[in-house]
Ligand binder design. Structure first.
Ligand code: NAD
Ligand code: SER
Length: 315
């Protein structure tokens, strides 16, 4: 029986991943942890404990005491926030990963998931249909930490018997929990402002294309990767994951089909430079081949559902 630890479980991804894993593996077998207090859904549906991933002793103790078999580590400082505190962000992101890799090595919880990002690519990477293996010279502290993290994950799999698995998530779009300070957050904020105010001031420019994915697709595929037969995985760094690519203008046009009065204006800030260094679209055929990466949401389906759910949430 699997016993699963989720670190950083109350963020944009964790709050949905916990519930999906509890449904699949049983509420009592999915241990949600974070450094802040949970809302009702997570607290009432299964075990929750405050746990700081930077505290190695406590982390290892928790894993051993609860007979954990799998770890998902979601704790990180995201791209926009990391640029405001570069050294601190580097220390947090790397220590969070290294503590988890070490805890996996020293315990029975060998299988672990840690997300990488499209931020591993940089301005010298081919921008369109970016291949899995290509030039990687990230110029953000977040991207540098993700690229280093991928290398360490592969190293621990090859050198020790840790079963590290990862994907390069595109920007994730969801309505349950606010995003945590990334460059792709505009694609969530826009829905809340469209419903609340009928307008949105975007911090990226009109034609900045970025790869994105609806959260349901991200969660399904994360679990699919973790359940894949190890012998099928040709990569132990992180798999490219494409999703859907669009610009703020294209997203606004899709919203306008349903809310004709909605208008968007553009006021690019420091996150524009970050977005300009990332791919516009990604090639993910290796993930599709190795473990069956499969997405269901295109832009129209995603926009329709987001507007409906954000409306319900704001009522
Ligand atoms: P988030 O910021 O929404 O959530 C992170 C969670 O980690 C928060 O609940 C926070 O309280 C917790 N946390 C912070 N420091 C901690 C610590 N020391 N110990 C334990 N918990 C701590 O982030 P997210 O969007 O859910 O992203 C999760 C992971 O996925 C990150 O590694 C991020 O880089 C990666 N990722 C996210 C996206 C995206 O679009 N959301 C895209 C690519 C990669
Ligand atoms: N959504 C994330 C960010 O913008 C990508 O890793 O930071």
């Amino acid at each position: 029986m699997e016993r699963i630890l989720i670190i950083g479980s109350l963020g944009q991804i964790g709050s949905e991943l916990v519930m999906a894993l509890r449904k699949k593996y049983g509420n009592g077998n999915v241990f949600a942890t974070d450094i802040k207090n949970p809302g009702e859904e997570i607290r009432n549906s299964g075990p929750f404990q405050i746990l700081d991933v930077l505290d190695y002793k406590n982390l290892l103790h928790f894993i051993v005491r609860h007979h954990i078999t799998q770890i998902y580590n979601l704790a990180a400082v995201l791209s926009g926030n990391a640029e405001k505190i570069p050294l601190q962000a580097w220390e947090i992101n790397m220590k969070a990963l290294m503590n988890t890799l070490e805890a996996a090595r020293q315990s029975e919880a060998k299988k672990m998931f840690w997300p990488s990002s499209i931020a591993v690519f940089g301005p010298t990477t081919p921008r369109h249909n970016t291949p899995q293996l290509t030039i990687m010279e990230p110029n953000t502290v977040y991207g540098i930490s993700k690229l280093a993290g991928e290398r360490w994950g592969e190293y621990y799999t090859r050198r020790y018997d840790v079963d590290f698995r990862s994907v390069r998530y595109p920007g994730l779009i969801s309505y349950k929990t606010e995003p945590g300070g990334g460059t792709t957050d505009y694609a969530v904020e826009i829905f809340f402002d469209a419903i609340k105010k009928g307008s949105y001031e975007c911090f990226l420019s009109k034609n900045t294309a970025l790869p994105m994915m609806f959260m349901d697709d991200a969660i399904d595929n994360t679990i699919r990767l973790m359940e894949a037969d190890a012998s099928k995985l040709s990569l132990r760094s992180a798999y490219n994951m494409a999703g859907i690519s669009f610009t703020p203008n294209e997203l606004a046009e899709s919203i306008q089909k349903r809310l004709p009065e909605f208008n968007i204006s553009y006021q690019p800030d420091f996150r524009q430079t970050i977005a300009d260094s990332w791919p516009a679209s990604i090639d993910d055929h290796i993930a599709r081949h190795d473990w069956g990466l499969n997405t269901k949401f295109d832009i129209e389906k995603m926009v329709g559902l987001m507007l409906e759910k954000v409306k319900e949430k704001l009522k």
